[in-house]
Design a protein around this ligand. Structure first.
Ligand code: GLN
Length: 299
């Protein structure tokens, strides 16, 4: 916000322009620009080049409605129905967690682990928007990717994102979207080279659930309704039976959970257990390699 007072926006006096709407907005400038370009179908630079153009009344009304919803707390990504992740534009609805930039670390780490494996099999548990699975599939066209979620509404969003963002002729084929409570509905015979997940890891009583965007995101994508580690325990416990020899498991977690994750991974039969920090310097993901001595059902 600027400290010069906003000019009055009387629609009868002079037609509203992008300049005037942005100047009068109570929102952080970036958010106001995202909402306005969404309404107008403009690129960000056109807010400058066409800033003094009179706008259609219907567009002004649509913008004002979105602005009011944002002021009331609704996430920008839900208002515009999209969020960029790993260079791809994902559809977002209230049924899915909004992709976060720190989750790109999970994608990059999985990609590094798969570097020398041709046609790797990858499993994303609790896929939500499909952001992790689709980003991996997009970067590794040869990968065979499974994306699971227990929410049918989330899977529908993920499947649309996969269909829109992936090349239908990619050698790895289409991503397999499957409704499943963690591993439950998965074909028991398939062995994966990498399992990745951004599970609900917020403890049920955490006050963050009542703040910001989280208030509008699906609760089941955020909290396990327990201590924050129950989904993570289930994922780690089921992973050895699903991983191929030398397969990796990487899980995103909360800022204070890295030590617990490393202990669970070590106890669960994983070797080379480590955590990685996100751009904010927070230990954000932990993972390991299935150690050769661990039974993975292949005897
Ligand atoms: N990273 C999210 C947040 O704390 C939580 C996502 C999750 O629970 N997987 O805002």
């Amino acid at each position: 916000m600027t400290d010069t007072p906003a000019p009055p926006l009387d629609p009868c006096a002079s037609p509203a322009t992008a300049d005037a709407l942005l100047r009068a907005s109570p929102l952080p400038p970036l958010e106001a620009r995202i909402l306005l370009t969404h309404v107008l179908g403009w690129r960000r630079t056109q807010l400058i080049t066409r800033g003094d153009e009179p706008l259609e009344a219907a567009n002004v009304e649509r913008y004002r409605a979105l602005e009011a919803r944002r002021v009331a707390g609704e996430p920008v990504a839900q208002l515009v129905g999209a969020r960029e992740f790993f260079g791809l534009e994902f559809e977002v609805t209230p049924h899915v967690l909004i992709p976060r930039p720190e989750t790109e670390l999970l994608v990059e780490t999985a990609l590094a682990a798969l570097e020398n494996r041709p046609r790797p099999r990858v499993l994303d548990l609790g896929t939500g928007t499909g952001a992790i699975a689709v980003a991996l599939a997009s970067t590794r066209p040869d990968a065979l990717v499974w994306a699971l979620d227990r929410s049918a509404d989330a899977l529908a969003v993920a499947a649309r994102n996969g269909a829109r963002l992936l090349d239908a002729r990619r050698p790895g084929g289409a991503v397999t979207f499957l409704q499943s409570d963690w591993y439950d509905s998965l074909d028991a015979a398939v062995r994966f080279d990498a399992i990745v997940s951004n599970p609900p890891y917020i403890a049920s009583g955490d006050p963050h659930l009542l703040e910001g965007d989280l208030r509008f995101e699906p609760r089941g994508a955020l909290t396990d309704e327990a201590d924050g580690l129950s989904a993570i325990r289930a994922i780690i416990a089921g992973a050895p039976a699903r991983l191929a020899a030398g397969g990796v498991l990487w899980i995103e977690h909360g800022y204070d959970q890295a030590e617990a994750l490393r202990a669970l991974l070590s106890a669960g039969g994983f070797a080379q257990v480590r955590s990685q920090r996100d751009l904010a310097g927070i230990e954000r993901i932990s993972g390991g390699v299935l150690s050769s001595g661990t039974s993975n059902g292949r005897a």
